[in-house]
Design a protein. Structure first.
Length: 189
């Protein structure tokens, strides 16, 4: 059996250095609240408000370190509440995606694109990918265990020597299955 740990990803934002300074003040830097499953990745102490045409969310957690471009990841349910229609995409693929306004304690910025519903995916360290016979960008079928287990299709394999084995799903998918962070999922195809 090809089992992988599950991580449930709630709405969060990745900020560029420029936007960190706009939102938190000149010279501001993110500070670590807790480390995440992927090496070098962390949840920051800092949060922002995101504002859409129909609604907003306060205290949206920033994930660090800073990125080249700002990107907000939400669930489909979140997008309805904000009043936007972001595409389902792999992280980093934001061209032509939805925009949003971001408000911090020192300022506000509106981005024309950068909001996505993250494609469900599994991070594989290269040794795990070899062991499982998985190639980068391969589309997988995965059985998500939980109180109301689901079979998820089109799960993107992301392979890198910088990754740790972990499947990322959003809160909508986790809630539908009754799954939580730390559960196990099985690659079935």
């Amino acid at each position: 059996m090809k089992m992988v740990p599950v991580g449930v990803s709630a709405r969060h934002i990745h900020l560029s250095k420029e936007h960190v300074e706009t939102l938190f003040g000149q010279g501001a830097e993110l500070t670590v609240f807790k480390d995440l499953s992927q090496p070098g990745q962390y949840a920051a102490n800092e949060t922002v408000e995101v504002i859409g045409p129909k609604g907003s969310f306060a205290k949206v957690r920033i994930l660090g370190p800073v990125r080249r471009r700002t990107q907000l990841e939400v669930s489909r349910t979140d997008s309805f509440q904000l009043g936007i229609n972001p595409p389902v995409r792999e992280s980093g693929d934001i061209a032509g995606s939805a925009g949003i306004t971001i408000k911090g304690p020192a300022g506000e910025v509106t981005i024309d694109e950068g909001v996505i519903v993250a494609a469900r995916h599994i991070h594989f360290h290269t040794t795990d990918a070899e062991r499982f016979g998985i190639a980068d960008k391969q589309r997988l079928t995965v059985r998500l265990q939980g109180e109301r287990g689901l079979v998820l299709e089109n799960v993107v394999a992301r392979v890198s020597p910088d990754f740790a084995l972990d499947m990322h799903i959003d809160t909508d998918e986790a809630n539908a299955a009754g799954a939580k962070t730390g559960d196990q999922a099985e690659i079935i195809g």
